[in-house]
Design a protein around this ligand. Structure first.
Ligand SMILES: Cc1cc2nc3c(=O)[nH]c(=O)nc-3n(C[C@H](O)[C@H](O)[C@H](O)COP(=O)(O)OP(=O)(O)OC[C@H]3O[C@@H](n4cnc5c(N)ncnc54)[C@H](O)[C@@H]3O)c2cc1C
Length: 346
């Protein structure tokens, strides 16, 4: 089967890998160059974790783990470092995650805040602390590049600087129109992130809202301190919004989840809002004794969110769409690619 994948972020690249691995003739079309910073998948770090209350997401993370490891060995690239992950904060939010990890048979520990601080001295902990070791950080840019490389190893063609202008005909054979040529496909996969509704207006999707998010990196004060990936849930001691964080080669990254301004992906300004940066500085000063809170290096990135933060992965005619990843899909990407490949196969 001829399959065209529109979008070379982590979801399109993972899908191209998984579909090509099943023997299909895959062309991946990306409007920008390799490693571009205009979408959702760039940078040095993303959290990988199982810490969800919903069994489906726990199982999707579990499915992704061996696929990440397969990708590492196939491309001889280090992608995933298992540093462990911590959820802390309001027990109303943390306890269902403890229950879900128990149901899944995953290893975890529940600690008192003081015991957790003894172990991870860079973080001050709030109320209930859940730790699970099968978690950590992915290198984002390397993961996208490795997924593209895996697709190519299985025969995929990858075209950069090739914006898809139109998808024509959605029943039997579809034409995918670019400036230089038209590709004909048996199945088209739309993995276009914030641009999904623009390129696939024929699809019925949940409303997708694009926001410009702005995490920041902070310099750690001591290189020997260990950092798990962490999510601080609001409601108990923390009275502001929740915060996620992890260490990376660029420092300790923290961010609010989905609080950025609504933007259009082609006309956003890439400028972090000072009030949002100030909130991260205030958080670091209060909760992260292991970083220099005065030296924030903000960056921007896009979320494309559905109303309930669940994903839109579905098939309509011969179009498969994978969108609405709501700021939390990187960890699952190879497993999402596998779901997309199943939809391509019918
Ligand atoms: C700041 C930030 C932190 C995050 N942290 C985490 C985390 O810790 N853990 C986690 O699991 N997830 C995290 N996420 C979420 C995760 O990164 C995203 O869910 C994921 O990257 C979405 O990937 P995507 O491929 O759908 O979108 P994108 O990466 O945006 O890819 C879409 C691609 O489609 C291309 N495209 C669009 N239209 C066209 C067209 N017409 N023709 C050709 N190409 C086109 C775009 O150029 C783009 O490259 C974070 C996201 C952000 C922004």
């Amino acid at each position: 089967m001829k399959v065209v994948v529109v979008g070379g972020g982590i979801v399109g690249a993972s899908s191209a890998w998984q579909i090509a691995q099943r023997g299909h003739e895959v062309t991946l079309l990306e409007q920008f160059g390799p490693g571009h910073k205009n979408g959702a998948s760039h940078g040095s770090s993303r959290i990988y974790r199982h810490g969800y209350a919903d069994d489906y997401f726990v199982s999707l993370a579990a499915r992704a783990l061996p696929l990440w490891q397969e990708l590492e060995s196939m491309t001889d690239t280090a992608l995933l470092e298992l540093t462990g992950a911590v959820d802390h904060g309001d027990p109303v939010t943390v306890n269902p995650r403890i229950d879900a990890l128990a149901r899944a048979g995953l290893e975890f520990e529940v600690l008192e805040p003081a015991a957790a601080h003894m172990r991870w001295s860079g973080i001050r902990f709030d109320t209930t602390v859940l730790y699970h070791p099968a978690a950590g950080r992915l290198h984002a840019d390397r993961s996208v590049a490795a997924s593209v490389a895996a697709a190519r190893l299985h025969g995929a063609t990858v075209e950069y600087e090739t914006p898809v202008r139109e998808i024509v005909g959605t029943d039997v054979v579809t034409d995918v129109v670019t400036d230089s040529r038209t590709y004909s496909a048996d199945v088209v996969v739309v993995a276009a992130g914030a641009w999904t509704s623009a390129i696939a207006p024929h699809l019925t999707l949940p409303p997708l809202v694009t926001t410009q998010e702005q995490p920041a990196h902070f310099v750690p004060l001591a290189s020997e301190v260990k950092w798990p990936s962490f999510v601080h849930h609001p409601g108990a001691v923390l009275k502001t919004v929740g915060i996620y964080g992890l260490s990376s080669i660029d420092g300790v990254k923290i961010g609010e989840h989905g609080t950025g301004p609504v933007v259009h992906p082609d006309s956003r300004d890439f400028v972090p809002r000072p009030d949002g940066v100030q909130r991260l500085v205030d958080y670091a000063r209060e909760w992260l004794p292991g970083v220099d809170a005065d030296a924030a290096e903000p960056l921007t990135c896009l979320y494309t969110s559905t109303p309930d933060s669940n994903f839109a992965i579905e098939r309509s005619g011969n179009t498969v769409v994978a969108a609405g990843f709501s700021g939390h899909a990187f960890k699952f990407a190879p497993a999402v690619g596998e779901l997309v490949a199943h939809l391509v196969d019918g």
